[in-house]
Ligand binder design. Sequence first.
Ligand code: SIN
Length: 561
Amino acid sequence: MSANRYLVSFDAHQTFHRFTDILVIGAGIAGLRAALEVPSDQSVLVVTKDRITESNSSYAQGGIAGVRSPDDSFENHIQDTLVAGDGLCDRAVAEQVIHGAPSQIEKLVAWGTKFDREEGELALTREGGHSHRRIVHALGDSTGFEVMRAIIATARNAPNVSLWDDTFTIDLLTHEGRCVGAIVARTGMGRFHIWANQVILASGGCGMVYRETTNPPVATGDGMAAAYRAGAELRDMEFMQFHPTVLYVAGSARYLISEAVRGEGAYLRDVNGERFMPAADPRCELAPRDVVARAIFRTMERTQHPNVYLDLSHLDPAMVLRRFPGINRVCRGFALDITKDQIPVRPGAHYMLGGVTVDSQGCTSLPGLWAAGEVTSSGLHGANRLASNSLIEGLVYGTLCAQGAAEASRKMGRNLTALPLQNIIPPPEIDDRLDIADMTAALRSLMVRKMGIVRERPRLLEAQHDVEFWCRYVLTRDFDTRAGWELQNLLTVARLMIDAALQREESRGTHFRSDFPTRDDAHWGMAHVIAPPRLTEGEPAVPSTSGSSATAVVKPPQEEF
Ligand code: SIN
């Protein structure tokens, strides 16, 4: 089996070119925060594959964590982050991000974000794993929508920032061991080679690799897969965080029911009306997400019922309606009154904790490439992300990446040229028709069944076998559609995830192996599972071994690249 360095054939002599000091891939919170940090004398081009409003960030409900109350402290927030991360967080990274949170929140206010207030002060809520109320929110439960409204408006007004929507990044361009730009497809305008002094990857996560997910359809792991093909290091791909409470009613998309609902006092009940969290964990409904998601999974198995229920009926109805207008609107569409009815929920894939390895400035292992947000593994989240720590990570690392990239770009000067890169993929010998939608559905279903909340070696080996087989005839094709490239990226990411899950023979955070059900610090300590980077151009992006695990080596985090 072989796979190509680039997904598509191209000849740089025969495409459109665009030159920019800094290329930002992704227009979620990390990407736009980065764009806005680049000094005004440097040009920034932001590309995003859909409408600019269509990112995971826009769908964030709960809020942004940041210490603001005198009862709270940075150390409390750091400790909560480390506890949730189950021994795999990097404390220095947690310190950097958490100390940076208050000023980033102030910046958002300055850019026009209207956070909810009580008596003039920013209102604070609580979510699972937090010892204090420290989460700012907006429009009740639509924080991401309001934050992105303000930040998009600010970016549109920045004279040095150009925004290209409907622009799919097919691959990162590399030359002589460094990232030099990207090849993109603009809807209705064709392919472009974008040449950049420095590239910032902020393309988000890959929740769409699962059938049950809170993520919008854009979350197909494109940046992770492109970085992998380009030779950047990825790590910890076994850690997909499942959000405990996703609305589960026939006909509804998998709509997130914010953790803030439990933060305000909602209970989880099984189909018989019993609360099951008090027996599962002393923190009850406010235990960290991995604990709650597993307790729900076990309750569903025990009761042989496909979901559990969120119960808000004991809470003040006025408070419930004021705090959760968006959730109320969606639930009413399914004839559910959240102040009275039990809301059917079950866990769904929510946030990828692994990704492109970055150092404390957002620098990847590939020169010229920086990364921020969900596409990365920075060390903040460890094996399980603390609720509402993701937007703040995107803001802090977006800022750091931009500062580093701008400085590096300035040193390089304005001498960008198009390089004579070429890539030829031979057409398939037989023109069979591949049903991309069917393949994508099969992959997403396989991941739920065999690489879900609870994993074990035989199921993982079956998943690995199937995904390798699919890779053999999908990754070698030269597609011309977004759906085709997304399928190739989902397969690449799925394969890395399964290989890493096989590799990690312990249970930690979001990664639970029923055949290795305990955390094993003696063998694993602070170790990360590293996906092997491609070493030279032309080598297969996905190793060609069949049957055996293609991932990886394990190395402790202190070994920096
Ligand atoms: C939620 O509102 O429950 C999601 C917040 C998060 O993922 O951090």
